[in-house]
Design a protein around this ligand. Structure first.
Ligand code: AQP
Length: 328
């Protein structure tokens, strides 16, 4: 059976990009693979976080996983920092990785560009990500385009380790979604929609009220034409809105073009807002029931227990192979 590991950082309020690009896929995957879904709180620390907000956001991501349809009986959901094996293997991976190869990571270059101070954690975070994946012997990792390079690094590190110390890690394969792999910002279709964007009008939060969703979609940038046509090169903004429409409604892009032929952007946007509201309302209702509940903490404790059992088995094998002395 395929085994899958993926995660989301609690670095802000989840967006519809996180839902369509990640969580919706996770919900489908839990029926066909053994799944581990992490709340990557250590990864969130690579940029400054306000402590109370980080705690709240961690619970919010957990509640959102379940509200969107992840079944605690089927998939293992856990908080990364609840399983210490992640940072332990992360250190081993840092010692295996080369400074030069980490410097070539384009995400590091993007995220550090123009910043006055950048944490060492932001530089080494792909090694912690490698540890996350390898601890679970994941066969497949759902990744966005921007994460492909990190997965390649994970495979290189696994191969390097296996060659030096003997067969230990499974080499994971990427699982890339074709449509919706990259939902773009509402105010700038050349930028990915991101939960940490300081401008809330650039994204639809999964917790936005219906009226806020309507307002944000109405304000979303388009182009100077009026035709609802999918053309990501020439009509990036409207194509992005059409992708959101298609993924929320289940309609094909062609069917959407057909439906809005000759109708203009106003009608299209008003309907898109209702499609998004209809998609998010039931998730928001379940979310509100869960986020303050004792059941949520219980699920997370059970998830950490299950995850640690698998992770510790791998870590023990690693410790033995690299020559760390058992405590006795
Ligand atoms: N815009 C997006 N379109 C499609 N998928 C997306 N994902 C994120 N943004 C989009 C997917 O969501 C998962 C969570 O990723 P993450 O939290 O580890 O970090 P990220 O990719 O950097 O997400 P954000 O929202 O942009 O966070 P910040 O602003 O903190 O950097 C991943 O599966 C990702 O592909």
């Amino acid at each position: 059976m395929r085994r899958i590991l993926s995660g989301i950082q609690p670095s802000g309020r989840l967006t519809i990009g996180n839902y369509l690009g990640a969580i919706k896929q996770f919900v489908a995957l839990q029926h066909e693979a053994e799944c581990f879904f992490m709340i990557a709180d250590y990864h969130a620390l690579t940029v400054p976080q306000e402590p109370e907000a980080l705690r709240q956001q961690t619970l919010q991501v957990a509640a959102m996983y379940y509200a969107a349809g992840i079944d605690p009986q089927k998939a293992t959901v856990f908080v990364q920092s609840h399983v210490p094996a992640h940072t332990e293997l992360g250190w081993v991976m840092q010692c295996l990785a080369h400074f030069g190869e980490l410097g070539r990571m384009t995400q590091f270059k993007d995220k550090s560009a123009g910043k006055e101070s950048v944490s060492a954690g932001l530089f080494t975070y792909p090694t912690l990500q490698a540890a996350d994946i390898l601890l679970y012997q994941a066969t497949h990792v759902p990744v966005g385009e921007d994460q492909k390079q990190h997965l390649e690094l994970t495979r290189d590190l696994a191969e390097r380790f296996n060659k030096r110390f003997g067969e230990t890690f499974v080499l994971p394969e990427p699982l890339i979604q074709k449509v919706g792999g990259r939902i773009m910002s509402l105010d700038d279709p050349t930028k990915k929609m991101s939960k940490s964007n300081p401008n809330p009008n650039s994204y639809i939060s999964l917790l936005d009220e219906p009226d806020v969703i309507r307002k944000k979609i109405k304000r979303a940038v388009t182009d100077s034409e009026t035709e609802v046509r999918y053309d990501p090169e020439k009509k990036a903004a409207i194509s992005n809105l059409m992708t959101i429409y298609a993924l929320c409604s289940g309609l094909s892009l062609e069917a959407i073009e057909e439906r809005y032929r000759g109708k203009g952007y106003g009608v299209f946007k008003a309907d898109l807002a209702e499609v998004v509201v209809e998609t998010l309302t039931p998730i928001q209702e379940r979310y509100r029931e869960l986020v303050e509940s004792a059941a949520l903490r219980e699920h997370l404790a059970e998830g950490a227990e299950r995850a640690a059992q698998v992770a510790n088995r791998t870590l023990e094998a690693v410790r033995e192979k690299i020559g760390l002395l058992p405590r006795g």
